[in-house]
Write a protein that binds this ligand. Structure first.
Ligand code: NAD
Length: 508
């Protein structure tokens, strides 16, 4: 299953996929993909400059008329072939994703890659179900209907935490709806986005429909967002950068879709299944080394269960095996980079002055010391308004706080600027039901935390952004609706003309 390959050989022509061909970037600067498990460089590539972005946007613009004009059935067929190519190449994708991100091969093999194949198959089907309002005679004298049309060239920017899935979430609804796209992956992790675009070409999706520019956020990213020939910006990343992207997109009045940060609450009521909640919290906090925008980050536990929950989480976290991402026995890999590890360590170190680090809180020594590893970390005693409770840490760190009444638990869950995801743990359907209604987030799980599915939307409330990835709802972002209205009366002097010609003697 694991199909290793020589990355440098594979991407020797360059890390820009423009108009169907790999080529080097022209920024004059290079960047290194590093294996975060070892700190060793994997591949050095030339970053995209603004001219590469211009070339990619032009290629997408040239490809647009034919792709937009293809029938839904033709686009669907191409996407079905694309899903098949991705499935055939699953081993290569899993290898490259684990190499550039440090995530356990088990995670890329069982989550990232099959999730991407399933998403592609979903959009192959959904491409034939672009629906609008039924045609009808709403005025009495006209027939109205809605055309759902693609927007044009979409510029998308993705983060490094799930590079393959983020590429899929951006590209698939866009191209299924007839748009063409220029995707900018994060500088740290361009490999699987490039492979994704190559697989699309292999499946027969025309050159120029999917382009990838591997460049830095400040120049290639900003140029893509500000580009006058880009009709829509779709961005997934931090809330801070999202605000800058929104400013730039506004200048050219672009359609905007923002998937931003999160700080998901995990609310455990006192009738919850404790074992399920403890396992759910540890898995939900540690998946992808906690670098997940929906990760469980703030557990609020009702007082009667608090001590047992903390003890259970501490024991389970201490038993987690850190190690080589390619070792099947490894539970937790490194963070994506040493810089990210140091950022996470900074949050935890600052928290020591006002909170208790129950377990973890440091990097492992010995063989793993050269990698960007950080031990699973449990923190208690932090005030609700402290940095560790309010800010997105994006690492394997869980904060646990107690609450008393149900009102308080829900209020604490909502006491955040973010609103991406949350979970409620209870055996009482009414309590859990109330939490699903009152917690302000784009997704609320009951008695679980993390699972996603192609048929259901993913997207935030409040500072977590707006717009949806996955599911048929994503077509609302990537299409625009046009009202077409036909006169049915064949009368030259229409009744409504009285509003203009009221005094005319010749009105019929
Ligand atoms: P980031 O915001 O630093 O970078 C995201 C992307 O934006 C990268 O491709 C980067 O090169 C680019 N970028 C940076 N500065 C830019 C600029 N000025 N103009 C245009 N582009 C720019 O985020 P990250 O550190 O790569 O990823 C982690 C963040 O992503 C977290 O906040 C996480 O919550 C968020 N995220 C959100 C979702 C979601 O669905 N809501 C999913 C995954 C990750």
């Amino acid at each position: 299953m694991n199909q290793r390959f020589d990355v440098t050989e594979r991407f020797a022509p360059g890390a820009q996929f423009i108009g169907g061909a790999l080529r080097p970037g022209g920024s004059g600067r290079t960047f290194e993909v590093v294996d975060p498990a070892t700190g060793e460089p994997v591949h050095r590539y030339e970053l995209a400059g603004t001219r590469d972005v211009d070339a990619a946007v032009a290629a997408a613009g040239r490809a647009f008329p034919e792709w937009a004009g293809a029938t839904p059935g033709e686009r669907s067929d191409a996407l079905h072939r694309f899903a098949a190519v991705l499935a055939e190449r699953a081993g290569e994708f899993a290898y490259a994703e684990s190499l550039q991100c440090g995530k356990p091969l088990r995670l890329s093999t069982e989550f990232d890659v099959p999730g991407t194949v399933d998403n592609t198959a979903f959009f192959a089907g959904a491409a034939r179900h672009l629906e609008g309002k039924a045609a009808g005679e709403y005025s009495g004298d006209h027939t109205s209907y809605v055309r759902r049309e693609p927007i044009g060239v979409v510029g998308s920017i993705a983060p490094w935490n799930y590079p393959l899935q983020m590429a899929a979430w951006k590209v698939l609804p866009a191209v299924a709806a007839g748009n063409t796209i220029v995707l900018k992956p994060a500088e740290l992790t361009p490999l699987t986005s490039l492979m994704f675009a190559q697989a699309a070409q292999e499946a027969g999706i025309p050159d120029g429909v999917i382009n990838v520019v591997s460049g830095a956020g400040r120049d290639a990213g900003e140029h893509l967002v500000a580009h006058p020939d880009v009709a829509m910006t779709s961005f997934t990343g931090s809330t801070g950068v999202g605000k800058r992207v929104a400013e730039l997109a506004t200048a050219t009045v672009k359609r905007l879709h923002l998937e931003l940060g999160g700080k998901a609450p995990f609310v455990v009521f006192d009738d919850a299944d404790l074992e399920a909640a403890v396992h759910g919290a540890v898995a939900g906090a540690l998946i992808n080394s906690g670098q997940d925008c929906t990760a469980a980050t703030r557990a609020y536990v009702q007082r009667p269960l608090f001590d047992a929950f903390v003890a259970g989480v501490a024991d389970l976290m201490a038993a987690v095996r850190l190690g080589d991402p390619f070792d099947p026995a490894t539970d937790l890999g490194p963070l994506v980079s040493h810089a990210q590890r140091d950022r996470v360590a900074g949050f935890v170190d600052r928290a020591r002055s006002y909170a208790t680090v129950v377990t973890g809180g440091d990097a492992p020594q010995g063989e793993l010391a050269k990698g960007a590893y950080y031990r699973p970390t449990l923190i208690t005693g932090a005030p609700q308004d402290s940095e560790i409770v309010r800010s997105e840490v994006f690492g394997p760190v869980l904060v646990v706080l107690p609450f008393d009444g149900d009102d308080e638990g829900i209020a604490l869950a909502n006491d955040t600027p973010y609103g991406l995801a949350a979970s409620a743990w209870s055996r009482d359907v009414y309590r859990a039901g109330r939490a699903t209604r009152e917690i302000k987030a784009g997704c609320v799980w009951v008695n679980d935390h993390i699972p996603i599915i192609s048929e259901m939307p993913h997207g935030g409330y409040r500072a977590s952004g707006f717009g949806k990835d996955m599911s048929a709802y994503s077509f609302e972002e990537y299409t625009q609706v046009k009202h077409v209205m036909y006169d049915n009366t064949a009368v030259a002097r229409k009744d409504w003309h009285r509003t203009v010609f009221a005094d005319r003697a010749d009105r019929g």
